[in-house]
Design a protein around this ligand. Structure first.
Ligand code: S3P
Length: 429
């Protein structure tokens, strides 16, 4: 795809789209299916590059996985069924794959080497290496284990009580995967509630985990049983159309089957607070993950402050919310979001740099950004910097631009939303 010309000056968006499967849940479905006993089926699996990396790693670990479009069948033989891979495990661009896999592999009595792409090579791993080492795993990597390549020799683990320095579902989940293989109980304290898909899926696969406020505990020695996972639509993908519908004139979009787990719906709360015309129809009978349909219409918006415990509930939506804020009346302040610096790119820098190129009035701060709203956007040559969410945010920004916009590195979008442009084209009037 390389460099592409984006659609600009949209006169309206209308119609409905089925949001593709949730990335976090698709990864976890393959992981749990691989370590449970029996045949797990996954429907509405996200065919994004990241989730395909997870499938490829588990195949190398000896798990038989069949994939027919978005239906995945996993023949798990329990944790003991995993075997020492003869090749390195390549996680591509996926932070979730590497961090969660490290938790699983820490308890397996063999050796692995994990690598990823250029972006993964810059993302911090000490946050998982430290607790997993405390539990007994032998892990090393570049710069004392901070970066890939990472090597793990797993084995006997002991439960720990651990306070996470940052609210991170990846770190929490990694420790939970190790904890279910450790002797005794593992207790994790979070500074703020992060997404709880791992806890929900442990229960769905017949395991036990306790959530008590910001504390999660798990007992070792658990055996999981295969299950069926119907993956809900990814609210982090829906986010691009929620914002597009709100800022493009004459728009009304229906987004079907969106996952509405309360640990992920920060964007809904913030958009409503900003005055968005957003309505939700909840689906009934969803046992493990709540879902619903979202309707978004062109909206008059006001600026807001996004901070504190809200941040983990919308961490991946900050780039697109920054764009939304450029179109709101008044100023929006985003604080307490240091974590943005260690995502697929430094998302404080990439959001500010790329939106500035289109004429937005936006400043970087130490832990977030300040966005001065009511600014029309114009022409420019922008880049995703290889970050899927920056690419999609810029494609939505282009819709309201009154000049020409080209996007470099557009292919990054396939990490989480391969049919993004098809869905966008369906909605254009
Ligand atoms: C994810 C957790 C979040 C999120 C990432 C997916 C997950 O990362 O940004 O896109 O699937 O657990 P952190 O745990 O680093 O906050």
């Amino acid at each position: 795809m390389g460099k592409i010309q984006l659609q600009t000056k949209a006169t309206g968006l209308s119609g409905e789209i089925q949001i593709p499967g949730d990335k976090s849940i698709s990864h976890r479905a393959v992981m749990f299916g691989s370590i449970a006993k029996g045949k797990t089926t996954v429907t509405n699996f996200l065919l994004g590059d990241d989730c395909l990396s997870t499938i490829s790693c588990f195949r190398k670990l000896g798990v038989s996985i069949e994939q027919e479009v978005d239906k995945v069948t996993i023949y798990g033989n329990g944790l003991e069924g995993l075997i020492e891979p003869s090749e390195v495990l390549d996680v591509g661009n996926s932070g979730t794959t590497i961090r969660l896999l490290m938790g699983i592999l820490s308890g397996r009595p063999f050796h692995n080497v994990l690598i990823g792409d250029h972006s993964i090579g810059k993302r911090p791993m000490t946050r998982v290496v430290k607790p997993l080492t405390l539990m007994g795993a032998k892990i090393d990597g570049k710069k004392a284990g901070e970066y890939t390549p990472i090597s793990i020799r797993g084995g006997e683990l002991t439960g720990i009580e651990y306070t996470l320095p940052v609210a991170s579902a990846q770190v929490k989940s990694s420790i939970l995967f190790a904890g279910m293989q450790a002797t005794g109980t593992t207790v994790i304290h979070e500074p703020a509630k992060s997404r709880d898909h791992t806890e929900r899926m442990i229960r769905q696969f017949g395991g036990k985990v306790e959530n008590d406020g910001l504390t999660v505990s798990i007992n070792g020695g658990q055996e999981l049983t295969a299950s069926h996972v119907n993956v809900p639509g990814d609210i982090s993908s829906a986010a691009f159309f929620m914002v597009a519908g709100a800022i493009v004139q004459n728009s009304e979009i229906l987004l079907k089957n969106v996952g509405l787990n309360p640990t992920r719906t920060g964007i809904v709360d913030v958009m409503k607070q900003m005055g968005a015309d957003l309505t939700i129809q909840m689906n009934e009978n969803e046992q493990f993950e709540p879902t619903g349909d979202l309707t978004i219409k062109t909206s008059d918006l006001v600026g807001t402050t996004i901070e504190g415990e809200m941040i983990p509930r919308l961490i991946d939506e900050i780039p697109i919310l920054a764009l939304l804020a450029t179109q709101a009346k008044g100023t929006t302040v985003i604080k307490d979001a240091h974590e943005l610096k260690v995502k697929e790119t430094n998302r404080i820098d990439t959001v500010v740099a790329e939106l500035t190129k289109l004429g937005a009035s936006i400043e970087a701060t130490e832990d977030g950004m300040i966005i001065y709203g009511g600014t029309p956007l114009g022409s420019g040559q922008v880049s995703s910097h290889g970050d899927h969410r920056i690419g999609m945010m810029l494609a939505v920004a282009a819709l309201i631009s009154n000049g020409e916009v080209t996007l470099e590195d557009a292919e990054a979008i396939s990490v989480s939303y391969p049919q993004f442009f098809d869905d966008l084209n369906k909605l254009l009037k």
